[in-house]
Write a protein that binds this ligand. Sequence first.
Ligand SMILES: [Zn+2]
Length: 124
Amino acid sequence: MSEPRTVTLATADHGDVTLDEPSWCIGHADHRPDDQRADILHRGPDVTLTFRGHHIADVGLVQSPFTVTDVPELSSRTPGVSVSLIGRTLDPSGLYSLAAALDGYADQLRDLADQLSTILGGSE
Ligand SMILES: [Zn+2]
């Protein structure tokens, strides 16, 4: 069994802070020494939705281990998935709900494609 990973980050209000680094965290390259401890954010790799070069949304794991607000959809000590499309962090239930809504949206797009094909005289 491997040792738990830790990372040490300089902060403006608590000096050097050493914390456990989750296996999914991509690191803290964007951390600045004048950041507050509460600003420390674990982030997983982004999943990016693009279409024809247009950026639509990013989603990825996040956790704020020292947040002082601990509002689950905004900043939490509990890991969640940040969804840029809605500017919120979701738990598993919220992610399943979003996926279901997107499935429904995809069905509506297919219905519109069918309707447009008919309007344009295509065979569908
Ligand atoms: Zn981290």
